[in-house]
Design a protein around this ligand. Structure first.
Ligand SMILES: C[S@@+](CC[C@H](N)C(=O)[O-])C[C@H]1O[C@@H](n2cnc3c(N)ncnc32)[C@H](O)[C@@H]1O
Length: 347
């Protein structure tokens, strides 16, 4: 088995293990992460509204690395309109969103996604209008349906997709997915430039999800049999080198209260330079620089119009740690981009 397949299997088992805590502590947990997610929600909602209403396109959306179905839940209200129209055969002249699909390699994540839809009462739409696939985001075949494909990959999924080779694969696969039917693809991810201000605190505050970050010492409780429970959320721009945790053993007993972990300055420096975040549990996330993402766009997304959007340009507070990569084969995104004073990277 080659290194990439080994990494894939390793990462899949990590995501299966952490699915439930990830959902509680990250997706619906850390306030700076939920702020980033609501920045993405706002962008995607505006995009879908614009494409369907103002550009009269009929959109089929697909989420690469969909996790617990956040984008399915977000976009389901748009589908309701389409569903009632389709059922009455009363097709409006404007466009509509007709389907949201998604893929994730973690069975546990997809299980959570289905539960989330069920708890919002949305599973009645499933599987005709909302669907999930379990598998590799790199194996998704090009879209051949009758509508305009909108491919999305959000919340830095690209950064946890098996390193740089995986990131390039994601760029290629999403490009192939939309190209034939002249669609749009959006990758939303964190920036290397925000590692110091956002990543350090985020990962220190959520080590019950992914394990103790490798820049924290001592390593007393880094074995997999303990859960390290931070006592509070450390917020963006907090420079405190310490974090206080409780240590919980495998029988759910607290074996150490108010244990202090401290940043190792040399290791922190390396993380800030490289954007490579590792934990003692084997979890890895990469925060790519804006330059790197722009280079991949130019190299791997040839043909459409490219837009690279620093999150801070759209939303100073919620978008600060983020960047968006957009390719548009349709020309449909341009009028919306112009309202935000954006300029294309290339055409
Ligand atoms: C950071 S989470 C984001 C989840 C979701 N997009 C969200 O915003 O809540 C990344 C997701 O990518 C999935 N993933 C990582 N590598 C993958 C791959 N090669 N193929 C499919 N899914 C993958 C993980 O299982 C995880 O659910």
């Amino acid at each position: 088995m080659n290194t990439q397949s080994l990494r894939y299997q390793h990462d899949r088992s990590i995501w299966d293990q952490c699915a439930t805590t990830y959902e509680r502590q990250i997706v619906r947990g850390h306030p700076d992460v939920t702020a980033y997610e609501s920045f993405e929600h706002s962008f995607i909602e505006k995009l879908v509204l614009f494409l369907t209403r103002d550009r009269s396109l009929t959109i089929d959306c697909y989420d690469f690395g969909c996790g617990s179905g956040r984008i399915h839940n977000l976009l389901a209200p748009f589908l309701f309109n389409a569903v009632s129209e389709l059922k009455t055969q009363n097709i409006l002249s404007s466009g509509k969103l007709v389907h949201v699909g998604g893929i994730d390699f973690s069975k546990q994540m997809i299980e959570l996604a289905k539960q989330n839809l069920a708890s919002s009462g949305l599973d009645t739409l499933y599987p005709e209008y909302l669907s999930f696939d379990i598998g590799s985001a790199f194996d998704v075949a090009p879209y051949t349906g009758p509508h305009t494909p909108l491919a999305v990959s959000v919340c830095n999924s690209i950064g946890v997709m098996q390193g740089e080779e995986g990131a390039r694969n994601l760029f290629r696969t999403m490009h192939n997915y939309i190209k034939e039917r002249k669609g749009i693809a959006v990758i939303s991810c964190y920036c290397l430039e925000a590692v110091e201000s956002f990543a350090l605190g985020n990962y220190e505050s959520t080590m019950d999800v992914s394990g103790q970050p490798c820049w924290l010492t001592p390593e007393t409780y880094t074995g997999n049999d303990c859960t390290l429970l931070p006592n509070y959320y450390k917020r963006a721009h907090d420079k405190d080198p310490n974090i206080i945790i409780d240590v919980i053993d495998s029988e759910n007993k607290c074996i150490e209260r108010n244990f202090k972990l401290t940043r190792d300055p040399d290791k922190v420096k390396k993380v800030i330079q490289t954007g490579q975040i590792d934990t003692f549990n084997g979890y890895r996330s990469l925060w790519y620089s804006t330059k790197q993402i722009r280079n991949w766009m130019k190299e791997l997304w040839t043909g459409g119009t490219l837009w690279h959007i620093p999150g801070i340009q759209l939303d100073r507070l919620r978008g600060e740690p983020a960047q968006l990569a957009v390719i548009d084969y349709n020309g449909a995104f341009e009028p919306l981009a112009r309202t935000w004073n954006l300029r294309p990277l290339s055409r």
